[in-house]
Design a protein around this ligand. Structure first.
Ligand code: ATP
Length: 238
């Protein structure tokens, strides 16, 4: 197995006096897709925020062999961790292409932007058609694609995705999952995916962790968890 790109040790995090994550331990091998599953409120979003330095934490998070816990979000992004938050966070008054340009802002090497736009438009052809359109006028699915593309403009080594399928039609969800598989395969992009759609996430993921009230209660290969009775009953409905 490849060396871990991200290592999380005894990660605790919370809001104000309330602890939400009670000591998570997991590692993400470079080039893999990892899914984080769990019910509403289990702490999935908080885990992504903790990795990005957006909430108070204790414990240790290392990225590419370097400790990142305690660093600012800006520094963590510059090291190559891109985060697509839930709710997408596109700039609705800016055009598609202006949103993409902002995505490239924090990256280290300033290679040709045009080449990156081209790459994004090949991944998401609909964004090419909408390149001069205000992001706020795009459909929910197109805005989600734009949010993913904007994160990829950073040329990250690790992509954190928070519920990319939320509220989208099945066809669009399928397209977004296909893009995740494609960038993982062709660019060896390491992905940490938070998903409510457990069936699709487990099918895509190399490994998955199940969170319950701030603790990891099950871990395994995607296919393995798909056959786990508790996971099936609680998350797959059969
Ligand atoms: P969901 O699918 O509902 O987003 P989740 O697994 O991502 O669930 P989190 O959003 O990480 O869960 O929330 C975990 C806990 O932290 C919940 O009890 C939630 O109420 C609490 N929480 C989340 N954000 C905040 C905040 N900004 N301030 C205070 N408490 C929060």
């Amino acid at each position: 197995m490849a060396a871990p790109l991200l290592e999380v040790r005894n990660l605790r995090a919370g809001y104000g006096p309330t602890e939400v994550l009670h000591g998570l331990d997991f590692a993400i091998p470079e080039g893999s897709i990892t899914a984080l599953l769990g019910a509403n409120g289990a702490g999935k979003t908080t885990t992504l925020r903790a990795i990005c330095g957006m909430v108070r934490t204790s414990g240790e998070v290392s990225f590419a062999g370097q400790r990142i816990s305690g660093k600012s979000t800006e520094d963590i992004v510059r090291l190559g961790v891109a985060h697509v938050p839930d709710g997408r966070g596109t700039f609705t008054d800016l055009t598609t292409e202006e949103n993409l340009r902002l995505g490239a802002y924090a990256r280290r090497e300033h290679g040709a932007l045009a080449e990156d736009y081209g790459r994004m438009y090949r991944l998401f052809p609909i964004l090419a058609e909408r390149r001069h359109q205000q992001a706020g006028t795009l459909s929910g699915g197109q805005q989600q694609m734009l949010a993913v593309a904007r994160a990829l403009m950073l040329r990250p080594r690790l992509l954190l995705l928070d519920e990319p399928s939320f509220g989208l039609a099945p066809m669009v969800v399928k397209e977004i999952f296909e893009v995740m598989r494609e960038i993982n395969r062709s660019q060896k992009m390491t992905i940490l995916l938070v998903e409510q759609n457990a069936a699709m996430a487990l099918k895509l993921a190399d490994q998955a962790h199940l969170l319950e009230t701030g603790r990891i209660v099950r871990s395994g290969a995607g296919a393995e968890l798909m056959n786990d009775d508790a996971v099936r009953r609680a998350y797959l409905g059969y």
